[in-house]
Design a protein around this ligand. Structure first.
Ligand code: PMP
Length: 329
């Protein structure tokens, strides 16, 4: 495609890059899917587009209507740009603990931003429940419901998985990523297994999430905590139902941040922490699969979204994380 017809046509078909440091560390080939190259700079543009187009196909949204969603930020950014391109409005509910950059980006895109205190899912004030209530109370509005709307994972079955398969010329042994809604891991997992059931699918779970224990021991149990935004799930969402997870890793923020720093300093890739956690998982999976293995993972979003946090010495110190020497001035 030389010229795209509109912004929406720019979503997906992202590049795949061989990651030198991770490949050397794993002793095999590790590839990163450059989801930061989407127009909204994250993997969530894909889910946003599929959710909106699914609602259009079902006749659920009328011209000029409103899309309401609860999000850690990236889905909101994807929805806001898809909505602008299609003539809808957006109301985005976000926990106030997320990065300043995501809030500023949402306001810049014209979304109405509703910030709520971080709360457990069982609390009616949780951002997901708040967004559902606002959607119910707003005329001509839909609730995107990314966690339990499987249009989300379909974006990864027909999009991300298909692209990875083609870009790797059908030679892929493993795939891993973390889960927020679970749309990416379940969708790419299902899509790749359809091509070749031997592709090993691994969940890379941050601390503070319940899925590692669920897949390892059958029990949804969270331990510890993480500062990673957009990942860390405590329940089996509709998107995660039937996800073909073969194995699972638990990745600490320190391990993820080590790859965030190294990918920046050694390969010029400026990424968020979920990408670092994914790469750490890919290195572990690559080591398990052996020297001829080819493993893919997701580079979920741009690090420019975290300049006030992951790339800020004061913030890193506050969180007890290592400060790279070039930031320590
Ligand atoms: N990384 C980031 C930065 C995200 O915002 C998200 C989305 N919540 C994910 C990873 C996880 O993607 P998914 O919702 O498909 O599990």
């Amino acid at each position: 495609m030389q010229v795209a017809n509109d912004t929406i046509a720019l979503i997906g078909n992202t590049p795949l890059v061989r990651l030198k440091g991770p490949s050397a560390a794993a002793g095999c080939d590790i590839f990163g899917k450059c989801e930061f190259a989407n127009p909204g700079a994250s993997v969530k543009d894909r889910a946003a587009l599929f959710i909106v187009e699914d609602a259009e196909e079902r006749g659920l949204i009328e011209p000029g209507g409103t899309i309401v969603e609860g999000t850690a930020g990236n889905t909101g950014i994807g929805l806001a740009l898809v909505a602008n391109a299609k003539g809808y409005k957006t109301i985005i509910v976000m926990p106030e603990t997320q990065s300043r950059e995501k809030m500023d980006t949402l306001r810049a895109l014209g979304a109405e931003l509703v910030l709520v205190p971080a709360a457990p899912y069982s609390n009616p004030g949780h951002f997901v429940h708040t967004s559902r209530r606002i959607a119910e109370e707003t005329p001509n509005a839909i609730w995107a419901n990314q966690f339990d709307n499987i249009a989300n994972r379909r974006a990864h079955i027909v999009g991300t998985a298909e692209e990875i398969w083609t870009q790797m010329e059908g030679r892929i042994d493993g795939f891993t990523c973390a889960a927020g809604t679970g749309g990416t891991i379940a969708g790419v997992g299902l899509g790749l297994k359809e091509k070749d059931e031997k592709v090993r699918i691994a969940l890379s779970d941050p601390h503070g999430a319940a899925l590692y224990n669920y897949y390892a021991h059958g029990e949804l149990k969270a331990e510890g905590s993480s500062v990673a935004e957009g990942i860390g799930q405590g329940r089996i969402t509709a998107n995660l139902e039937g996800a073909p997870i073969d194995t699972q890793f638990r990745i600490s923020d320190e391990e993820g941040m080590e790859w965030v720093r190294r990918l920046l300093a050694e390969e010029g890739l400026c990424l968020g922490l979920s990408s670092g956690i994914n790469v750490a998982g890919a290195v572990r999976l690559g080591r398990e699969l052996g020297p001829d293995a080819r493993v893919a993972t997701i580079l979920c979003d741009t690090g420019f979204r975290y300049l006030s946090t992951l790339y800020n010495a004061e913030w890193l110190r506050l969180k007890g994380l290592a400060v790279p020497e070039w930031l320590d001035v």
